[in-house]
Ligand binder design. Structure first.
Ligand code: ADP
Ligand code: MG
Length: 290
């Protein structure tokens, strides 16, 4: 049976918008040994602003944005939502004949008879599109667009770090947690930029969703028996990692139903700092119960 104090702890957490799916997870939050963060949408806002549009082969900037928004029609990825927002207009009369989302790459769609590719350099290479590789600028993400096999240009977007991300990392370190890790599907330059600002020494870029799972499995093997691995994500393509972690935490706003289902803790607000609060509540609860 669960001691009464745990119910008080769960209730207290719930009032802070931290939904913990049982006393065992609240208890487990007392032993954080490795904390793994997803980057986009978790430590960053995942709401990119378009800062530059560069066209090639005679396409206009407006057309480029329109193609990007059309192709992303069915995607809920932070990059997709940002492109649709930047396009601004309602998308009308489009005939999406085919749509494929390729996690870690982008999307491929057949819209109004046009074969559209929207995603990163890896997506272009995979589809043998001719384009010039450009220098890696720190802190930005480039979305490339190709139409019927022809490179049409790139859209530069940049993401912002969440207000409470730095404080979250600092507080976790002060709590004595030595292993703080960041995983991302983004490029090494983007990952280096964010981790340097936040003081995360260990990070792994360019991971596909299944490679994030493998990384978490490797990290779990490295920890002590008593210690727990906590994973925190925004819920986009995160369900497999959430399930593998000792304590899987997702932020509810962007999260899919699958991610919420796979999580042990759901944060109602998109605030990473609520992890620190959850650990504090776990500690207070333990003092009362034991
Ligand atoms: P993270 O691990 O940081 O959350 P993801 O694995 O979701 O990032 O995405 C990795 C990269 O794949 C993105 O930075 C982007 O370049 C590309 N990408 C993924 N989905 C899309 C999409 N729907 N449209 C365009 N690009 C995408
Ligand atoms: Mg993500």
């Amino acid at each position: 049976s669960i001691p009464l104090g745990f119910f008080a702890g769960l209730g207290r957490a719930a009032r802070e918008g931290i939904l913990i799916k049982g006393g065992n997870y609240l208890e487990a939050l007392n032993f954080p040994e490795i904390v793994v963060f997803d980057k986009t949408g978790t430590l960053t806002k995942g709401v990119y602003e378009v800062t530059e549009v560069k066209t090639k082969n005679g396409f206009s900037p407006q057309k480029l944005l329109e193609f990007a928004a059309l192709a992303e029609g069915f995607s809920n990825h932070p990059v997709a939502l940002s492109l649709k927002k930047a396009y601004g207009k309602e998308i009308e009369g489009q005939k999406i004949e085919r749509f494929e989302e390729i996690p870690g790459y982008g999307v491929k769609a057949l819209v109004n008879g046009l074969e559209l590719l929207v995603g990163n350099e890896k997506l272009l290479k995979k589809n043998n599109i001719d384009f010039y590789e450009t220098e890696n600028e720190e802190g930005i993400t480039k979305v490339h667009v190709a139409v019927n096999g022809v490179y049409a240009g790139s859209i530069v977007i940049s993401d912002e770090i969440r207000e409470d991300s730095a404080l979250t990392i600092k507080s976790l370190k002060e709590m004595g947690i030595k292993n703080i890790v960041m995983l991302t599907g983004d490029k090494p330059s983007a990952a280096a930029h964010i981790s340097r600002i936040l003081g995360i020494e260990e990070y792994y870029p360019e991971l596909l969703p299944h490679q994030k799972v493998e990384k978490v499995e490797q990290l779990i093997k490295q920890k002590t028996k008593k210690g727990k691995l906590i994973f925190m994500g925004d819920g986009t393509n995160d369900a497999p990692v959430l399930m593998r972690s000792d304590i899987g935490i997702s932020m509810g706003r962007l999260g899919s139903d699958a991610a919420i289902e796979a999580s042990d803790v759901v944060l109602m607000e998109d605030k990473p700092y609520n992890l620190v609060k959850a650990i504090k509540i776990a500690r207070i609860t333990r003092k009362i119960v034991i």
